[in-house]
Design a protein around this ligand. Structure first.
Ligand code: CA
Length: 731
């Protein structure tokens, strides 16, 4: 591959997906300046309050924000904003907001720089894993000032010595233990000449307990101020250690270049031969897959990793990662990590095992601790997928213990851990609609998650358990109603919920209706196809889904939620790519023996839903972008937890995927073009593949996967003679 003049990190548009608001998501992402999986993300604050604190349409900047927000729906924690200022002092976020030009700013994963137009101040910053370096250049003769303001919650900031400010914020959106705090220490290269603590727009003296206290520090008429800042969830002392380890000895350029090198290493693990526009889309997506879950461990005095647990509030040895919604991320993010970043994945998994040990249960949605959001226990799929793909260098035994616990014991009634309706599910084989909210979604998720548990049981040699959970994984059949042709709510007495409306969104489904939810049987496509009347009927139903009007009933929601609007305004029938539940559905065509329809639809979805600037809907911690990355490479994990990939259609003539240990997978499609998007055959290391699926081990060993492309799907050898994902592989 010819060396590119542009480095990988510089293909990234960190604004991709940010032009979103409460009512309509084109990604609901933030422009994040950070190191890969960094403990702190740095973003731009154009609004102080609420989840949508950055808009690319805003013309005024309130500050650079240290943020941990994984989604606007979950909110931020431990956040504070930083802004340089000169001239008349304005403290409150709304009043200090100052004009800047996004289009004239430098926005890279490793570097942000802009001019504050009103004052002429030049602001730039570069990230480390747990901190950042800021450099401010002030106009001549003006008094230099820096403002640090926590965005919410009880907070404090004080001048400790002539060069140092320390503080903390307890601001959070839930999921934190008593005493939670995010500590920071900021060291300035210029001496502080004066300072003012403030709340809102008012200076405060002495105690201001319970208030979000910010600080404004003055430096006199200096040309430059450099600020090194690091944070900790453990203590101020630990924040100082983090600063010493990551920032103290280094110049701005060194820190910026190290962050850039980290991104180049990470992003460079997949190299593509593509147009400039294609590279922008691809690397912007790949960047999104390398941010969550975030590192939550820090380096102790003895050099060993430790973390303050958001689950029990105590400091424990070892790794921890957080900020992840498994309901979304299991589908694509984790399988992608298993293939290309197994070194990172094993640490993340040990982190989730530590979360279980510290809190007693696996989290449902972690940010930073337990949060009740969405359904299922899809951490089962995260763990099973890693195990079957050979990432086993973590405490699998304890992970299994945690999986069995939530599959057998009653968890949190609000759903922050465990499975709501577990007793009924175990007794009846489904969650009854007359007893529990979102019962169809829960039932289908539990069945699939049970398949995932069986995979881990089999790996551990627990044959009886494996059999038992494999049996439970078939309970999805209990909710299929052949009369209506969809998954349907069922009462405890075995009668169907009435009336039935195929366009009804929400309870007993979740963020979708029968059209979007009835395909959630990733672990047994053959069984689902049989239930739905065989290959032809199944394909006809998929075709109908892709082409029918995007009609829906607000149903259980009482208003049109953003996912509905996004489906309505797309051009893809009932295929609501703006949300995760359908993300495997296009690949089900291949499971029904028509891989050319998978290819046709995937090509259409890639084109329609992924541009340099916009995504289809909530990106969700790398998931939506990992869908693109994998679908552009031409492979997809139809069933996370099963050691296989289904073949789609490659977008580039050549892609080289680094697999670690010196191995690489080269994916080639020499005659691919916008007219030739059908893969009519494929060879792996010279051998013709005889179906549309391939074992993980075959790909992960590296070599050459070569696609023959054509403008029409005639005579696709990928369709025959073997059906992918046949049930026999699971028995
Ligand atoms: Ca989502």
């Amino acid at each position: 591959m010819s060396a590119s003049a542009v480095e990988f990190a510089d293909w990234v548009n960190i604004l991709q997906g940010t032009d979103s608001h409460y009512g309509f998501s084109k990604g609901n992402t933030l422009p994040l300046v950070a190191t890969p999986f960094g403990m702190n993300h740095w973003s731009l604050q154009t609004e102080r309050d609420g989840g949508w604190f950055f808009s690319p349409r805003a013309r005024k900047l309130q500050g650079v924000r240290c943020t941990h927000q994984p989604s606007p729906w979950m909110g931020d924690y431990g956040s504070f904003a930083i802004l340089p200022q000169c001239g008349k002092r304005f403290l409150a976020a709304g009043k200090r907001a100052t004009s800047y030009r996004l289009d004239k700013s430098t926005l890279r994963p490793y570097h942000f720089a802009t001019e504050l137009i009103q004052s002429g101040i030049q602001l730039e910053m570069a990230p480390t894993e747990r901190g950042a370096i800021f450099r401010f250049e002030y106009p001549e003769g003006k008094d230099a000032r820096v403002i640090i303001e926590p965005t919410k919650g009880e907070s404090e900031a004080v001048v400790r010595d002539a060069h140092t400010v320390t503080g903390f914020t307890r601001g959070n959106s839930g999921g934190v233990p008593d005493g939670f705090a995010h500590y920071f220490v900021a060291i300035f290269d210029q001496p502080i000449t004066a300072s003012t603590r403030f709340v809102g727009d008012e200076p405060v003296e002495g105690e201001a307990s319970g208030k979000a206290v910010g600080i404004s520090v003055e430096f006199g008429a200096v040309a430059w101020v450099t600020m090194r800042i690091a944070t900790s969830f453990i203590s101020v002392e630990q924040a100082e250690r983090n600063l010493q380890l990551e920032l103290a000895e280094k110049s701005f350029e060194e820190i910026r270049d190290e962050a850039k090198a980290a991104w180049n290493e990470t992003l460079g693990r997949i190299q593509i031969e593509a147009t400039d526009s294609q590279k922008t889309v691809f690397y912007s997506c790949l960047y999104r897959t390398q941010l969550f879950p975030r590192i939550w461990h820090e380096v102790g005095e003895d050099g060993a990793l430790r973390h303050r647990s958001p689950y029990d509030g105590l400091v424990h040895p070892g790794v921890l990662y957080t900020d992840n919604g498994f309901w979304d991320t299991y589908r694509t993010e984790y399988p992608l990590l298993a293939l290309v970043w197994p070194d990172r994945l094993k640490d993340i998994l040990q982190g989730w095992v530590n979360a279980y040990k510290e809190g007693g249960w696996f989290p449902q949605w972690a940010t930073p601790g337990y949060r009740a959001c969405m359904v299922g226990t899809h951490i089962d799929a995260v763990i099973a997928d890693a195990v079957v793909r050979g990432v086993t260098d973590f405490d699998v035994e304890t992970a299994y213990e945690g999986m069995v616990k939530h599959a057998t014991q009653v968890g949190d009634p609000s759903g922050a851990w465990g499975r709501i309706g577990i007793e009924d599910y175990l007794k009846l084989g489904y969650v009854p609609v007359n007893r529990h909210h979102e019962s169809v979604a829960r039932s289908l998720d539990y069945a699939y998650d049970d398949f995932c548990i069986s995979q881990v049981a089999a790996y551990l040699g627990r044959t009886e358990d494996a059999e038992k959970y494999r049996g439970q994984a078939q309970t999805y059949r209990n909710l299929y109603d052949p009369e209506v042709g969809f998954m349907r709510g069922k009462n405890a007495d075995g009668t169907w919920q009435t009336p039935f409306d195929e366009f009804w969104w929400g309870n007993p489904y979740v963020e979708g209706g029968p059209w979007q939810a009835s395909w959630a049987v990733q672990h047994d496509p053959a069984g689902l196809i049989e239930l739905m009347g065989g290959d032809e009927a199944f394909v006809a139903k998929l075709d109908q889904m892709m082409t029918m009007p995007p009609r829906f009933e607000n149903g259980a929601y009482g208003m049109e939620i953003h996912e509905m609007t996004e489906m309505a305004c797309a051009d893809f029938g009932q295929y609501a790519h703006s949300n995760q539940p359908v993300h495997h559905v296009l690949y089900l065509y291949a499971a029904a023996g028509q891989p050319w329809k998978t290819q046709q639809m995937v090509a259409r979805a890639r084109e329609q839903f992924y541009t340099e600037n916009d995504l289809a809907g909530d990106e969700d911690n790398g998931e939506m972008c990992a869908w693109f990355v994998l679908s552009a490479l031409g492979i997809f994990p139809l069933c996370p937890g099963h050691p296989s990939w289904v073949l789609g259609t490659p977008l580039y003539k050549r892609a080289v995927v680094s697999l670690g240990e010196g191995k690489a997978l080269t994916i080639e499609a020499p005659n691919v073009s916008s007219e030739a998007l059908f893969a009519t055959s494929a060879t792996l290391n010279g051998s013709l593949l005889d179906g549309a699926d391939v074992a993980h081990g075959s790909l992960a060993n590296g070599g050459n996967l070569t696609f023959e492309m054509a403008a029409s799907p005639n005579e696709s050898s990928l369709a025959a003679p073997r059906r992918p994902f046949s049930l026999s592989q699971y028995k």
